[in-house]
Design a protein around this ligand. Structure first.
Ligand code: HEM
Length: 477
């Protein structure tokens, strides 16, 4: 009766499973279940739902999203994701899970590591990795390449070089995985006990607390701190300075006297958020481009024009932002295949909301500290009233993406908690995609099972089966 007592509309919950039985019993993703509720309550500004036994307010009104993420951010300061820092010292320091003052201080501390000036310094490394990606594809022994593996190799190589100052050797072998790739895979393995706990934490957060969820196992924590310690010693002994995020962290470490686990935690933040999420987004982009080859041609023309203007020199960091078609395809891909479905925030100060938009029924909700709200990240992206034919990949609508309503389309979040790595994410994806499209015609392999089905047990939207693409060298027709 939690929501009923507050006169908030919503579907009837069941004991223990609340409104997400279909997800708990493995029939649908959490996003698919919530999407059904979102659509059913058309015209309502919010809906009271139960994520298992946790009452959450599913927001449907973009103005309310704006209040939560931007205007009244102080009343919704924290993300609903609990990691105990004492139990998991590496993941417990990630800004995404940090709360209150600790989040504010960490965010302020690392923000200078993500300026465009810093991106410009890191760009040559990312560019080099993108060249290695092209070589890897060109010499690949298989006709059809598993794209999830390829994009992970690429984003892993970038984050190892930039966040830990070492080569991840991701492109060294087609058969064997490097030691570093194994670390990366273990860090996020969905099938492992750790992966199951991650999923539990996403569905039933209070169980996460009870079971003392660790996202980074002790074995991986030890390996990562050893790497960090070795690279730190090497740089100090040889007086080497890198143009990377690791160097930025070493500077902070000196100023704030951070210990080796704290330094590793900053590297892992870059790794954790920059590796898997970016690899999923990259996979989706390449899949969408393979399905819609006319946009590959538009992007290739764009690259040719830029290279002609700069006398055949490689594309610079600044020139990436001139690639309007690539930009539009990337944003449209983020919309048609969102890598997550919801953002969940905790109420930290009493807050009252009544919609002013006549599109929504006039009703009031009062929220109190401890309540949780769900921002419908992917639901807005698939809402016909905001995007016509929402399932169609139509990059033209993203040509002016800067002017889209940020309370409806917020692929990187919005407000003070907006993704800190947005610039880096965009840089590595754009140069990686540009290099592949410049060199190859990308098409879908007949071995890929369509339509792509989502993995029901991953807390991010990842395809259940392998996505195989074929790469044919441009000019070799
Ligand atoms: C295309 C790739 C990426 C996408 C689509 C993405 C998207 C997001 C989203 C939606 C959020 C939640 C924002 C909110 O709560 O309002 C977020 C948070 C975050 N992202 Fe990203 N991200 C990407 C890449 C990266 C990269 C490369 C890094 C780091 C190198 C990164 C670091 C973070 C961090 C630290 C947060 C938490 C920020 C905070 O709570 O203060 N992300 N990201």
């Amino acid at each position: 009766y939690y929501w009923e007592n507050r006169h908030v509309p919503g579907p009837k919950p069941w004991p223990f499973v609340g409104n997400i039985a279909e997800h708990i019993f493995g029939r649908k993703t959490l996003g698919q279940v919530l999407m059904k509720i979102y659509r059913k309550y058309d015209g309502y500004p919010f809906v009271g739902v139960f994520r298992a036994m946790t009452p959450c307010l599913l927001i449907r009104d973009p103005d309310f999203v704006n209040e939560i993420a931007v205007k009244n951010h102080k009343a919704f300061y924290n993300n609903d994701f609990f990691i105990d820092k004492k139990n998991d010292p590496i993941m417990g320091q990630n800004p995404f899970v940090l709360r209150d003052q600790e989040w504010k201080e960490t965010r302020q501390l690392i923000t200078p590591g993500f300026t465009s000036g810093k991106m410009k310094q890191m760009y040559p490394t990312t560019f080099k990795v993108s060249e290695e990606l092209v070589r890897f594809v060109a010499n690949h022994p298989d006709n059809a390449i598993e794209i999830q593996d390829l994009t992970r190799r690429y984003t892993m190589e970038n984050v190892f070089r930039l966040a830990f100052g070492i080569e991840g050797k991701g492109f060294d072998s087609y058969v064997e995985r490097s030691e570093f790739m194994n670390i990366a895979i273990k860090l996020l393995e969905p099938g492992s006990l750790n992966g199951i706990l991650q999923q539990l934490n996403a569905v039933v957060p209070f169980l996460g607390r009870f079971l003392r969820v660790r996202l980074v196992s002790e074995e991986i924590e030890r390996k990562l701190t050893d790497i960090v310690s070795d690279v730190k010693k090497y740089r100090e002994l040889n007086q080497v300075k890198g143009n990377d995020y690791f160097e930025f962290i070493l500077q902070i470490a000196k100023e704030k006297s951070l210990n080796i686990t704290e330094i590793a935690a900053h590297g892992v933040m870059f790794f954790f958020d920059g590796y898997e999420s970016s690899a999923i987004v990259f996979t989706d982009l390449l899949f969408n481009l393979a399905m819609n080859p006319k946009y590959q041609r538009k992007i290739r023309d764009e690259i040719k024009r830029i290279e002609k203007e700069n006398q055949g020199n490689p594309i610079t960091y600044e020139e990436l932002s001139e690639m309007k078609w690539l930009d539009a395809c990337l944003y449209e891909s983020l919309r048609t295949r969102p890598f997550l479905d919801i953002l969940v925030k905790c109420c930290t100060q009493p807050f009252e909301y009544t919609p002013s938009n006549p599109k929504f029924k006039k009703m009031t909700v009062k929220l109190y500290p401890g309540d949780t709200v769900i921002l419908p990240y992917s639901m807005f992206m698939k809402d016909e009233s905001y995007f016509k034919n929402p399932d169609v990949f139509y990059p033209e609508r993203m040509m002016d993406n800067e002017n889209l309503n940020k309370s409806i389309f917020f692929p990187f979040g919005n407000g003070p908690r907006i993704c800190i790595g947005q610039r880096f994410g965009l840089m590595q994806l754009k140069i990686g995609a540009a290099q592949l499209i410049k060199n190859f015609d990308i098409s879908l392999s007949s071995k890929t099972k369509l339509p792509l089905k989502l993995n029901l047990f991953h807390f991010l939207n990842v395809p259940q089966d392998k996505v195989l693409l074929e790469f044919k060298k441009v000019n070799e027709e």
